[in-house]
Design a protein around this ligand. Structure first.
Ligand code: DDH
Length: 286
């Protein structure tokens, strides 16, 4: 148990659970980043629903969305930390874990502010289908990310999170890592997206993706149709090239866009205190 508000103590414990020798490529980092993204990426600016506040993914209505398959691993990794630092909300813990993991994997420092609560307001619950479908193209990507208030440049920067981790057939239906070393954060994703010749492959489950055989790794790298749609789109494409050429620019833009993602649906006063948590009256909490 730490003193209430000691986020540095929580961050230190998050660092300790990142190394997971029995899991995937030995790191909990990528799936923690995805947890924060899916917790936040349900936001709709028009209706002010969804977003990270409330940590609704703990419950079937949101957690049962098939887009969230596999994220229970991330939540299980974080459970001992919640048990030790009982004062932190799940919503803060999930978002902080991604910020800590990204930094530890070599990524940029992302601005993070606390204050989310675990109250779930039923009227704010996102409907299913708010998260992107990897089988689609540029129009779908815009439909999903414009709803959250992101620009084309921010969309391409955020997509660089696919420098991390891998796809799992039993979770999404897709298979394989995007880059050879998916536990280090850098701009390889953009570089190999433009440099390699990606071949269409239909997996045994009938799902279509694109692959490149990496002889050194002795494994096929993979790209989603949505990943490669970024290269050919006339507005996304130039940003892919810029980030492929300039890692610092990518880190700067990624940090800003990811910080914005974690704040979707959260209103703060000048001191950073959340002002819209009273809209959860009539909700419930863990
Ligand atoms: Fe993603 N993502 N993502 N993604 N994502 C998957 C894994 C990971 C899409 C589909 C998939 C973002 C955007 C998109 C991460 C972070 C982010 C998987 C594989 C699919 C499918 C899941 C599995 O089988 O385990 C699509 C489509 C989009 C889109 O933009 C159109 C964004 C914006 C982020 C972010 O973090 C900002 C991470 C990390 C992973 C790796 C997870 C893991 O377990 O490893």
């Amino acid at each position: 148990m730490s003193k209430s508000g000691d986020f540095e103590a929580v961050a230190a414990d998050i660092r300790k659970i990142l190394h997971q020798p029995e899991y995937d490529d030995g790191s909990a980092g990528p799936v923690l980043v995805r947890l924060a993204w899916h917790a936040s990426g349900t936001y709709c600016s028009e209706t002010d629903t969804g977003g990270s506040n409330g940590a609704g993914m703990r419950y079937e209505a949101e957690g049962g969305d098939e887009a969230n398959a596999g994220l229970q691993h991330a939540r299980v990794f974080l459970e001992p930390i919640k048990e030790k630092h009982t004062w932190i909300s799940y919503a803060d813990l999930w978002t902080l874990a991604a910020v800590v993991a990204l930094k530890e994997m070599g990524g940029p420092q992302i601005k993070w502010l606390p204050g989310r609560t675990d109250f779930v307001d039923d009227s704010k619950l996102p409907p299913r289908g708010r998260l992107p479908d990897g089988a689609q193209g540029a129009d779908h990507i815009r439909f999903i990310f414009y709803r959250m208030g992101f620009t084309d440049q921010e969309i391409v920067a955020l997509s660089g999170a696919h420098n991390l981790g891998r796809m799992h057939m039993d979770r999404s239906g897709f298979h394989g890592p995007w880059v050879p070393n998916g536990t280090r954060f850098n701009n390889t994703y953009y570089r190999i997206m433009t440099e390699y010749e990606w071949k269409e492959k239909i997996l045994e489950n009938g799902v279509k993706q694109f692959v490149y055989m990496d002889e050194d790794l002795d494994e096929e790298l993979a790209m989603l149709p949505t990943d490669l749609a970024l290269v050919t789109d006339e507005s996304f494409g130039p940003w892919v090239k810029k980030y492929a050429a300039d890692k610092d620019l990518f880190f700067d833009h990624f940090a800003k866009a990811f910080g914005k993602l974690l704040e979707l649906g959260i209103q703060r006063d000048a001191n950073g205190n959340i002002t819209n948590t009273d809209n959860v009256k009539g909700g419930y909490h863990a």
